[in-house]
Design a protein around this ligand. Structure first.
Ligand SMILES: [Zn+2]
Length: 248
């Protein structure tokens, strides 16, 4: 199994590791540890580079497999041998945008649940944009404006974002986690990783997040759509750069 370094340090951009196995058919490398996020929970996988014996292998895709985390490398280079030393570097610009976007989505979930009691049913993200689906019967254009303002207020409130890994039994005692359908987790998982936006939101989550809501910057709700009588989809975008004026 691959040790997932980004689970405990989402700001780790560069790391060293060893090649533990190679799959020639899928052109995948398996390492003993990695900072590459393998995708999941609506967050895309990382891309970047693995340097092995002075050769740069571009990482085009990363995914979880039963054998560990597969780093797919492009065509055209000979595969390295098992035991090789690796220096990995993730595409930080892209990843940081995904971190900001992911935390923005949790702020949105937290605000919509706190103020309207509406539950999230799904979501998806790209760097700096995303969509979330809610069970939210009475959503209107005016209300969307109010929600946007409330989200930016939470950004400006500079709330800390904390990552914890809890024993399963302990996690199942927390009412906030039960609300976010923690009980859907497979029974074999002994630990639950949680993301807490202090004072606003707590979720079981595998993704990478910024350490403070102020890093998200200004969020805009660009559109919303009805996906049935109850279900509504909200579309959001973030600014490319974080400005100090966010939320003010
Ligand atoms: Zn999430």
């Amino acid at each position: 199994m691959t040790e997932l370094l980004c689970h405990t340090d989402s700001y780790l951009k560069k790391f060293t590791a060893k090649v533990v196995s190679v799959n020639a058919e899928t052109r995948s490398l398996f390492l003993d540890r990695t900072a590459f996020y393998p995708g999941g929970g609506g967050q895309l996988c990382d891309t970047g580079i693995l340097k092995i014996d002075c050769i740069d292998y571009p990482v085009t895709r990363v995914k979880k497999t039963p054998d560990g985390i597969a780093h797919e490398i492009g065509e055209g280079r000979d595969l390295p041998s098992v035991g090789s030393e690796v220096t990995g570097e993730i595409d930080w610009d892209r990843r940081y945008k995904l971190m900001r976007t992911h935390t923005a989505m949790h702020i949105l979930c937290g605000v919509v649940f706190r103020d309207y009691g509406a539950q999230v049913t799904g979501g998806d993200m790209e760097p700096l944009s995303g969509r979330m689906d809610f069970e939210f019967e009475n959503l209107s254009k005016d209300l969307v404006g109010v929600i946007e303002e409330a989200v930016n207020k939470e950004v400006a409130a500079a709330r800390d974002v904390r990552v914890k890994v809890l024993p399963r039994e302990e996690a199942f005692q927390i009412p906030d986690l039960i609300r976010t359908k923690i009980n859907l987790l497979p029974p074999g998982i002994p630990e639950v990783r949680t993301i807490e936006i202090v004072g606003l939101d707590l979720q079981a989550d595998g993704g990478t997040h910024v350490a403070n809501t102020r890093e998200v910057g200004r969020m805009r709700i660009t559109d919303y759509k009805s996906k049935g009588k109850i279900n509504k989809r909200i579309y959001v975008e973030l600014d490319d750069q974080v400005t100090e004026a966010a939320g003010s």
